[in-house]
Design a binder for this molecule. Sequence first.
Ligand code: IFM
Length: 456
Amino acid sequence: DTTILGDSDANLSMQFNLYQLFQSAGRDGLCSIAAKGLSGEGYEGHYFWDTEMYMMPFFTLTMPQLARKLLGYRYRTLEAARENARLLGHLKGALYPWRTIDGRECSGYFLAGTAQYHIVGDIAYAVSAYYNATGDREYLIAEGAEMLLETARLWMDVGHMAQGRFLINCVTGPDEYTCLVNNNYYTNACAKNNLEQAVRAAQLLEEWGVYGEWAARLGVTREELDGFACAAEAMYLPYDETLGINPQDDSFLQKPVWDIAATPRDKFPLLLNYHPLQLYRYQVCKQADTVLAHVLFEELAAKDVRERSFRYYEKITTHDSSLSNCIFCIEACRLGLRREARAYFGDSVKTDLLNTHGNSKDGIHTANMGGCYMAVVNGFAGLRLCADGVKVDPFLPEGWTGLRFSFQYRGSRLRFEMADGRYRVRLLAGGPVSVLTPERACRLERPGDEAEGKTR
Ligand code: IFM
């Protein structure tokens, strides 16, 4: 039950999206969620990072048992990811394929496919996000820690230290109009998180008294874990002093800017009308890339850097990918940009119900559907799950009168409601849960307890 009040069109589209998302999900731990769900032949039924980064947040917060199944699919294909890494010359670690069904790489075009190594960090992100949301210790011990380890090992093999910085060269970030670059900000940020989470998992296993057996089985040494921590610490995250933004990669700002305003409307999406090599030589983005990194890893950039970056990428992003508007919406909410947040959400939520991309006949845009859920929950409600509780930062766009949804956190059920300029977070079952709001820190001890305040 995720309801938008005061905008019945947006609410209807939201219900449609959540229904589609729910019924597209693999439930047996042997399959995942295809980019087009079960609705069409676009992308040949393949699974992408879409599942972990755009759809899993919905399942993790509302049906963690299903999120666990989706992660189980990735665990079952871990051996294939190890083999894939060897195939690409990596001596250690696991390289998950960019697109797949049975665990083997199915990309035809490696520049915008296999080279998207960030999928490794995306899957690791989903593992730790699931653990953080559920506290599922058994999962971390049985599967999650091993996935974090093998993915962290991959980064150690792909990247290298140079003059005190850990660099990752020759990869493609999420933006598919910019390929094979050095130090894609998003990829490096994901790798940093991956390495940190692997170290953290090992610490947890130690606390739980199972580290020895795990380390022996997987050949983990203290030196290896120290190496992860050093690489994470030294991870290079591009920053441009002149513009005060995070450039998408090392060479991004050296390129001329594509003139989006002068491009005829019928030439969009650009990928269907221009040769990739032409696009790669310009500053033009198909989708959120650095902005997505800012949404996921807020702590890595100061607010003014994020704001300038947002304004910069806004001008050069076409949103030709449906994975983009929803992310710009979340960042707009966080930066307090009311008009922009509403506009990005509107463009995103109706994609399939109104066929705004003109290609819903090939199948629905499942990642975007999950992204809309994230926009409502993580954007407008400002929900973040922390290690010791949840945080909200509610923000109601013009034209909406309210918003409500339920979610789970570490076995407790909570309800968020926003209406008439106020919001509240109520504990429905379980507890205690700490809730941090912009006004205060509260502890909800028993069902019925609530935290409340004034909406921004
Ligand atoms: O995974 C996405 C990618 O980010 C953009 N092109 C489509 C893929 C499948 O949805």
